[in-house]
Design a protein around this ligand. Structure first.
Ligand code: ATP
Length: 238
């Protein structure tokens, strides 16, 4: 289980996150939705150790990870796929995938090969372009590569910041289906931050609604998608 208690975070002198509490259970996709500037990216960056929380506690399977530097947090099993598909554009697909492996696994060549096989099975589009330069792939393929790279280190939890951004609906659906497979087949916990609320609620088990750095609502995807406020503010349904 992944548990966040009373988490507050600041950027410079401004407090962005205000005492957040939430959790993700094993094999669960939890979505965080909210308008532009609500604090969703700040939350993911704080969980990943890019920003240090000013208050609160984050535990991953009883391991305290808040306060650790970002690379140590990766080693504990939390991987962030940041906004904007940050792959290594000058490297091939294969290199991008193997560069994603946390150092403790790198010497185990057999495990690396097994994980590469697994990624090519999950993302058949990447198999076709295995030796191509990452920067020459389409936006959707680059997003899949970024997710594949994060999965190469066997994370217990993966955090995705707006994976649907700028992609065609068909590609968004493919990515969402892959997230469901990751959860079901690998038991990985998933936190999905999305402005595409409709898409996020399609695959999430539960969702939290964020406004000005606070959670104003949470529930199962059915509860959240049928809530009148969510319907009018985020789903465009009157
Ligand atoms: P978006 O989807 O637009 O990225 P978000 O919900 O992810 O929105 P954040 O990017 O976390 O929101 O931003 C939360 C608040 O923090 C906003 O008011 C934003 O202006 C502010 N903020 C974010 N990054 C910085 C920064 N580097 N310096 C100062 N303020 C920042």
């Amino acid at each position: 289980m992944f548990k966040v208690e009373s988490l507050s975070s600041r950027i410079g002198k401004i407090q962005i996150l205000h005492s957040l509490d939430f959790h993700v259970d094993k094999g669960e996709i939890v979505s965080i939705i909210g308008a532009n500037g609500a604090g969703k990216s700040t939350l993911l960056n704080t969980l990943a150790g890019i920003y240090t929380p000013v208050e609160g506690k984050v535990t991953l399977q009883d391991d305290l990870i808040s306060g650790l530097p970002a690379h140590k947090i990766v080693g504990k099993g939390l991987c962030l796929v940041p906004e904007g598909r940050q792959i290594f554009p000058g490297h091939t697909v294969k290199e991008n995938l193997t560069l994603g492996i946390y150092s403790k696994y790198y010497k185990d060549r057999k495990h690396v090969e097994e994980n590469l096989e697994r990624m090519l099975e999950l993302f058949p589009g990447l198999k076709k372009h295995y030796h191509r330069i990452g920067g020459n792939l389409s936006g959707g393929e680059q997003q899949m590569l970024a997710i594949g790279r994060a999965l190469m280190s066997d994370p217990k939890i993966i955090l995705l910041d707006e994976p649907s951004m700028g992609l065609a609906p068909k590609i968004v659906n493919e990515i969402l289906e892959i997230l469901v497979r990751i959860k079901e087949e690998m038991g990985t916990m998933v936190i999905l931050v999305e402005q595409n609320v409709k898409a996020a609620l399609k695959v999430a088990d539960r969702a939290y609604v964020m406004d000005q750095g606070k959670f104003i609502m949470n529930g199962t995807n059915e509860e959240i998608s049928s809530n009148p406020e969510v319907k009018s503010a985020y789903l465009g349904i009157k």
